[in-house]
Design a protein around this ligand. Structure first.
Ligand SMILES: Nc1nc2c(ncn2[C@@H]2O[C@H](COP(=O)(O)OP(=O)(O)OP(=O)(O)O)[C@@H](O)[C@H]2O)c(=O)[nH]1
Ligand SMILES: [Mg+2]
Length: 340
């Protein structure tokens, strides 16, 4: 088998099986067929998601990249437990997507508090945007201040690892797009004469939008512009329905601050109509949801964040009871809000 790799996703190119990763009819091409179609036509059908956990060399530096949409999962991959001889620095990427009014100092303070509460060892926590040249220059200087020769970019899908990689090593070919699980195999390049940078395939996050929608739909729903908080005053027995996917109701009149893509269809209805509307909208949106479930959460005092996969999140000030109807296979979490 050819050992040539696709320059977009890193998969070994092969011309034997169209249903397997790395397929191309012509082994002399730079890209596998899936990356070619994605890069040129914005289309993606087959979804291959690498599931193996990475092997990290001892004494290396791991940059754990997390997008602001995945903050609820920030410390949930305990790589430090099975690779303790590695230095871990956490990068909170895509901060350009946060509303301009966000207090970044407070966000950092709260993340540090959470790391301590969860006993997560870390060297540093960096807030940055891969789209800002200055942040990339600073990151490069930061990496070069370490003696480590192997530097890994790790984290869940769509966090921005390949975007950072491309900017750091000036790679023109690797694909960095809002297609979850795009990087299939490790990409590597010299960062300097002493250091090698590895862009790793994303760690698989169950229950994100790519499992519920076609690529055409989910790329429309992902947040790609700075978030504008939408405030909704919700009355008892009213339901706020997001794209036929998630319905929220509260046990008292309350305001919800919603952070989702502007294009998301938000519909106010009442509890009696909820099932009918969910059925209609999930059919027209072609949601791959086997079953919806309804759960009630008792929210503590203070600002709480309810996160719906990579779809968005909302802030609610408790105490209150919040009832959520959502597909069983959608990732959802409730935690203390990290910023206001
Ligand atoms: N606004 C903004 N978008 C970003 C930033 N970093 C990455 N993106 C976008 O996020 C999407 C995913 O970026 P990738 O670099 O492909 O993400 P990845 O972590 O390599 O994803 P996988 O390979 O699937 O694990 C792309 O559409 C990028 O343009 C950032 O700092 N700000
Ligand atoms: Mg990638």
């Amino acid at each position: 088998m050819s050992k040539t790799r696709c320059k977009g996703c890193g998969a070994v190119l092969q011309n034997k099986d169209i249903d397997k990763v790395g397929y191309t009819p012509d082994l002399n091409k730079d890209y596998c067929q899936a990356c070619f179609r994605l890069a040129h036509y914005g289309e993606a059908d087959a979804h291959f998601h690498p599931e193996s956990l990475p092997t990290l060399k001892p004494k290396s530096l791991a940059l754990m990249v997390c997008s602001i949409m995945g903050l609820d999962m920030l410390f949930f991959y305990p790589l430090h437990r099975y690779a303790p001889d590695v230095t871990y620095t956490y990068i909170i990427n895509q901060i350009d997507l946060l509303p301009a009014s966000t207090n970044l100092d407070k966000l950092l303070e709260n993340i540090i508090k959470r790391a301590k509460a969860m006993h997560v060892p870390y060297e540093d926590i960096i807030l940055m945007s891969a789209k800002h040249d200055e942040d990339i220059i600073n990151l490069k200087a930061y990496i070069q201040s370490f003696n480590a020769v192997d530097i890994y970019l790790l984290g869940i899908q769509n966090a921005g690892k390949t975007t950072i990689y491309k900017a750091l090593v000036h790679d023109q070919h690797a694909l960095a797009m809002n297609k979850a699980g795009l990087t299939q195999e490790t990409l590597k390049a010299k960062l300097s004469s002493k250091q090698t940078l590895y862009d790793m395939p994303g760690l698989f996050q169950e229950g994100y939008l790519h499992q519920l929608f076609s690529y055409q739909t989910y790329k429309r729903l992902l947040v790609n512009k700075p978030l504008k908080p939408f405030v909704y005053q919700l009355k008892k027995d009213q339901v706020l329905l997001f794209e036929g996917l998630v319905g929220i109701s509260v046990d008292q009149d309350l305001s919800l601050v919603c952070y989702v893509n502007e294009q998301v269809n938000i519909h106010r209805t009442n509890k009696d109509r909820l099932q009918v509307i969910i059925t209609e909208q999930s059919l027209s949106n072609r949601i791959y949801a086997k079953q919806y479930e309804t759960r009630t959460f008792k929210l503590d005092t203070g600002k709480q964040q309810i996160t719906f996969a990579d779809f968005g999140f909302m802030h609610v000030t408790g105490p209150c009871h919040l009832t959520v109807t959502y597909p069983k296979n959608l990732h959802m979490s409730v935690s203390e809000a990290l910023f206001s």
